[in-house]
Design a protein around this ligand. Structure first.
Ligand SMILES: [Cu+2]
Length: 166
Protein backbone atom coordinates (compact mmCIF):
# COMPACT_ATOMS: atom_id res chain seq x y z
CA UNK A 1 0.00 0.00 0.00
CA UNK A 2 1.41 3.36 -1.03
CA UNK A 3 1.46 6.45 1.13
CA UNK A 4 -1.41 8.07 -0.79
CA UNK A 5 -3.60 5.01 -0.36
CA UNK A 6 -2.85 4.98 3.38
CA UNK A 7 -3.85 8.62 3.63
CA UNK A 8 -7.05 8.02 1.67
CA UNK A 9 -7.85 4.96 3.80
CA UNK A 10 -7.33 6.85 7.05
CA UNK A 11 -9.31 9.76 5.61
CA UNK A 12 -12.30 7.49 4.93
CA UNK A 13 -12.06 6.10 8.47
CA UNK A 14 -11.88 9.66 9.81
CA UNK A 15 -14.95 10.80 7.83
CA UNK A 16 -16.84 7.74 9.04
CA UNK A 17 -16.00 8.49 12.64
CA UNK A 18 -16.95 12.12 12.17
CA UNK A 19 -20.36 11.20 10.71
CA UNK A 20 -20.89 8.79 13.63
CA UNK A 21 -20.03 11.38 16.27
CA UNK A 22 -22.12 14.11 14.62
CA UNK A 23 -25.15 11.82 14.20
CA UNK A 24 -24.86 10.58 17.77
CA UNK A 25 -24.56 14.12 19.16
CA UNK A 26 -27.46 15.53 17.17
CA UNK A 27 -29.96 12.70 17.22
CA UNK A 28 -29.37 10.93 20.54
CA UNK A 29 -30.22 14.22 22.22
CA UNK A 30 -33.71 14.23 20.74
CA UNK A 31 -35.91 11.62 22.36
CA UNK A 32 -39.51 12.00 21.13
CA UNK A 33 -41.53 14.35 23.31
CA UNK A 34 -44.92 15.96 22.66
CA UNK A 35 -43.03 19.11 21.58
CA UNK A 36 -40.75 17.62 18.97
CA UNK A 37 -43.19 15.02 17.62
CA UNK A 38 -45.08 17.09 15.12
CA UNK A 39 -46.21 14.59 12.56
CA UNK A 40 -49.32 15.46 10.58
CA UNK A 41 -50.35 11.84 11.12
CA UNK A 42 -50.26 12.12 14.88
CA UNK A 43 -53.58 11.20 16.51
CA UNK A 44 -54.45 11.07 20.15
CA UNK A 45 -55.45 7.61 21.34
CA UNK A 46 -59.17 7.31 22.08
CA UNK A 47 -59.90 7.13 25.79
CA UNK A 48 -60.47 3.53 26.94
CA UNK A 49 -64.17 2.77 26.66
CA UNK A 50 -65.64 1.60 29.93
CA UNK A 51 -68.52 -0.17 28.15
CA UNK A 52 -66.04 -2.22 26.15
CA UNK A 53 -64.04 -3.06 29.23
CA UNK A 54 -67.04 -4.31 31.18
CA UNK A 55 -68.38 -6.51 28.35
CA UNK A 56 -64.91 -7.99 28.02
CA UNK A 57 -64.79 -8.77 31.72
CA UNK A 58 -68.20 -10.40 31.47
CA UNK A 59 -67.30 -12.81 28.68
CA UNK A 60 -63.93 -13.63 30.22
CA UNK A 61 -64.53 -16.29 32.84
CA UNK A 62 -61.60 -17.01 35.08
CA UNK A 63 -61.02 -20.78 35.06
CA UNK A 64 -59.43 -20.54 38.49
CA UNK A 65 -62.54 -19.22 40.22
CA UNK A 66 -65.48 -20.40 38.11
CA UNK A 67 -67.71 -23.13 39.47
CA UNK A 68 -67.61 -25.74 36.74
CA UNK A 69 -70.22 -28.46 36.30
CA UNK A 70 -67.82 -30.91 34.68
CA UNK A 71 -64.10 -31.31 34.19
CA UNK A 72 -62.34 -32.51 31.08
CA UNK A 73 -58.70 -33.36 31.67
CA UNK A 74 -56.01 -33.36 29.03
CA UNK A 75 -53.78 -36.14 30.26
CA UNK A 76 -50.05 -35.98 30.83
CA UNK A 77 -48.24 -37.38 27.79
CA UNK A 78 -51.24 -36.74 25.55
CA UNK A 79 -49.02 -35.30 22.82
CA UNK A 80 -47.53 -38.74 22.17
CA UNK A 81 -49.61 -40.49 19.53
CA UNK A 82 -51.27 -43.60 20.96
CA UNK A 83 -51.41 -42.30 24.51
CA UNK A 84 -54.80 -41.60 26.07
CA UNK A 85 -55.46 -37.92 25.42
CA UNK A 86 -58.68 -36.79 27.09
CA UNK A 87 -60.33 -37.97 30.28
CA UNK A 88 -63.14 -38.82 30.00
CA UNK A 89 -62.84 -39.58 26.30
CA UNK A 90 -66.60 -39.22 26.09
CA UNK A 91 -68.01 -36.46 28.25
CA UNK A 92 -71.75 -35.91 28.69
CA UNK A 93 -73.07 -32.64 30.05
CA UNK A 94 -76.36 -30.82 30.10
CA UNK A 95 -76.77 -27.86 27.78
CA UNK A 96 -75.72 -24.76 29.70
CA UNK A 97 -73.22 -26.56 31.88
CA UNK A 98 -69.77 -25.06 32.27
CA UNK A 99 -66.92 -27.40 31.46
CA UNK A 100 -63.49 -26.76 32.89
CA UNK A 101 -60.74 -28.09 30.65
CA UNK A 102 -57.59 -28.77 32.62
CA UNK A 103 -54.35 -29.34 30.77
CA UNK A 104 -52.37 -31.73 32.97
CA UNK A 105 -49.70 -32.08 30.29
CA UNK A 106 -46.65 -29.87 29.92
CA UNK A 107 -47.39 -28.98 26.28
CA UNK A 108 -50.13 -26.74 24.85
CA UNK A 109 -53.31 -28.44 23.63
CA UNK A 110 -56.79 -27.48 22.51
CA UNK A 111 -60.32 -28.88 22.64
CA UNK A 112 -61.74 -27.97 19.24
CA UNK A 113 -64.93 -29.32 17.75
CA UNK A 114 -64.66 -31.21 14.48
CA UNK A 115 -63.29 -34.41 13.04
CA UNK A 116 -59.92 -32.82 12.30
CA UNK A 117 -58.20 -29.84 10.69
CA UNK A 118 -59.88 -30.56 7.32
CA UNK A 119 -63.39 -30.54 8.77
CA UNK A 120 -65.07 -27.42 7.34
CA UNK A 121 -67.02 -27.02 10.59
CA UNK A 122 -63.91 -27.27 12.73
CA UNK A 123 -63.87 -24.79 15.65
CA UNK A 124 -67.28 -23.41 14.66
CA UNK A 125 -69.17 -24.84 17.63
CA UNK A 126 -66.53 -24.67 20.35
CA UNK A 127 -62.81 -24.14 20.68
CA UNK A 128 -60.75 -23.54 23.79
CA UNK A 129 -57.85 -22.28 21.64
CA UNK A 130 -54.40 -23.09 23.03
CA UNK A 131 -54.29 -24.10 26.69
CA UNK A 132 -50.74 -23.97 27.97
CA UNK A 133 -49.34 -26.80 30.03
CA UNK A 134 -50.67 -26.76 33.59
CA UNK A 135 -53.35 -24.22 32.72
CA UNK A 136 -57.10 -24.47 32.31
CA UNK A 137 -59.83 -23.09 30.10
CA UNK A 138 -63.60 -22.87 30.22
CA UNK A 139 -66.04 -24.25 27.67
CA UNK A 140 -69.50 -22.71 27.79
CA UNK A 141 -72.26 -24.93 26.42
CA UNK A 142 -75.29 -22.66 26.64
CA UNK A 143 -75.17 -21.91 22.92
CA UNK A 144 -74.42 -25.45 21.77
CA UNK A 145 -77.37 -27.50 20.52
CA UNK A 146 -77.93 -30.95 21.97
CA UNK A 147 -76.04 -33.67 20.16
CA UNK A 148 -72.76 -35.53 19.91
CA UNK A 149 -69.73 -33.49 18.93
CA UNK A 150 -66.40 -34.95 17.95
CA UNK A 151 -63.47 -32.82 19.00
CA UNK A 152 -59.73 -32.91 18.57
CA UNK A 153 -56.55 -31.01 19.40
CA UNK A 154 -55.42 -28.58 16.69
CA UNK A 155 -51.78 -29.15 17.66
CA UNK A 156 -52.07 -32.96 17.71
CA UNK A 157 -55.08 -33.93 15.55
CA UNK A 158 -54.75 -37.58 16.61
CA UNK A 159 -55.95 -36.49 20.06
CA UNK A 160 -59.72 -36.95 19.80
CA UNK A 161 -62.76 -37.20 22.02
CA UNK A 162 -66.50 -36.73 22.06
CA UNK A 163 -68.65 -34.18 23.82
CA UNK A 164 -72.29 -35.03 24.32
CA UNK A 165 -74.70 -32.18 25.01
CA UNK A 166 -77.98 -33.40 26.47
CU1 LIG B 1 -52.49 -31.51 21.71
Amino acid sequence: MGLNEKIIFLGILGVGALVGVVSYTIFSDLPPTPENTKSIYRQDLPPPSTAQASSKAESKVDPATVKADATLTILEGASTQGNPAYDPKELSVKKGNIIKVENADSLPHTVTNGAGPNDPNSAKTFDTSLIMGGEAAILQTEEIDAGDYAYYCTVHPYMTGTLKIE
